[in-house]
Structure formats: C-alpha cells, structure tokens
Design a protein around this ligand. Sequence first.
Ligand code: ATP
Ligand code: MG
Length: 237
Amino acid sequence: MTKDAMIVIEALNKHFKSGESLAQILHDINLRIDAGECVVLKGVSGSGKTTLLSIIAGMDRPSSGKVLVEGEPISKLPDLHISHFRAQKIGMIFQHFNLFEHLTAFENVMISLVPVGLKMEEVSQRVASSLKLANISHKAQSPAGRLSGGEKQRVAIARALASDPDIILCDEPTANLDRVNSLKFIEILSELHDMGKTIIVATHDPLFDALSFASRVVPIEDGSLVDDLSGDSSVGC
Ligand SMILES: Nc1ncnc2c1ncn2[C@@H]1O[C@H](COP(=O)(O)OP(=O)(O)OP(=O)(O)O)[C@@H](O)[C@H]1O
Ligand SMILES: [Mg+2]
C-alpha cells in the first residue's frame, strides 16, 4: 500500500555567511517521511541536526532546494504564512526547551496558541488537556524557572502538543534529562506515535538506537545524510 508523504525534502542546501566566506552546513539533503512515521535523525554534535529541523519547521530558510509538507512548499511561503502554518501543523520540542522562565507552565503552553486564533475558552481547554497528556498538570501554575529539568521538558512537550499538530519535531529531547526521565519521554513519544503523529527525533542519545516504534534511523554526518533514504532501513517494526 502506498503511504502518504508528510514531509519531502528536495535537494536542500544551507550555508551561513562566516565573515567573507560561506560555511556550507547542509549538503544536498533528500528525504521523504511518510505520515505516521517516527524517524530518528542521528548525528554527532555539529552535524547539522538543529539546522535541518529548523528548516523543516519553517524557522529558517534553505539556501537552495525545498521542503514540502503535505505537498505544500513551506520553504517558499512568506513569513506570515509560515508562522500560521507552524502554529497549526508543527509541534517543536527544542534542545534547550525555550520556555519563558517567569511565566507559569500554563502560560508557556497558552502563548503557543496565540497564532492559531482560538476563543479563550478553547485555548484554556487545549492547554489543560495537553498539560495532562504530558503529565505535568500538577505544575500548571508554577513558573517555569522553578521547575526541574524533567518538569520543564514535560511543559515543552505540552506546548508542542497544544495545537494538536500532525508533526512533532524533537531536538535532542533527552539531552538535559536523567535516564528515568529519558525513558518517560520515550513512553510519551510512543503514545504520540500511536496517535498517528509524524515524528522526527534529532539525537545522539544511544537510548534511541532501537526504538520499537521508529521506522528508521537516518544518519547525518557533516551535513549530509549518509544512507540511501528510500525508507527501507527499518530498525524496528
Ligand atoms: N547561524 C549560524 N551561523 C553560522 N554557523 C552556524 C549557524 N547555526 C549553526 N551553525 C553551524 O552549523 C553547524 C551545525 O550546527 P547544528 O546546530 O545544526 O548542529 P547539531 O547537529 O544540532 O549539533 P548539536 O548536537 O551540538 O546540537 C555547526 O558547525 C554550527 O556551528
Ligand atoms: Mg542541535
């Protein structure tokens, strides 16, 4: 059975200006991720994982090539459209959580829904249910700055889920967690996979090497995808 492509990356290159010269960070990336897949993007520090995720999320633009999400070339959309698209379609769990430390857990999740333009009542419901899903409802009124690393991460998960996005991007989600919290995170990821979310996890944590629900590990080295990415390098089910 042919599956639907959720994310297609075509001939993507990214360089940054470094003084007078250009530093090429991503090299001719081609990748197709089907709806409902969980893909582990695995590479050492500096290999380009965050840069690639940021481009998929529409937070950065490719230097050349394109990213299509459900056939829509998001890398070519104007900024205003991209932020709307991102708010509805993509949940991002950032490498360093990116929470507002002085705002409560509830408020941190709530502000992610501002671009979606919902009524206040629905906003409150969605925030409450995503905090519950991430098992952090009991800290809803605590300022993020007073939460532990594992608690902050669960707020970051709740924020990523609040708009009920089809795509979840996780950037080094366990980098700041101990083993117990890392395993809890993997459990949540498994639930999201069961819900049919399309998931990309960028990591170099060996805990992700043999995820039962991951369809593929995609290795990235010096900004290039290492393997043939036709989708048959299954590591799990
Ligand atoms: N805005 C920028 N300007 C110049 N160079 C950048 C910029 N952003 C990233 N880089 C460089 O791109 C390379 C890849 O960075 P990136 O953050 O994507 O790596 P990573 O695989 O996520 O690493 P880590 O595992 O440490 O998070 C690095 O050499 C980094 O210095
Ligand atoms: Mg990174």
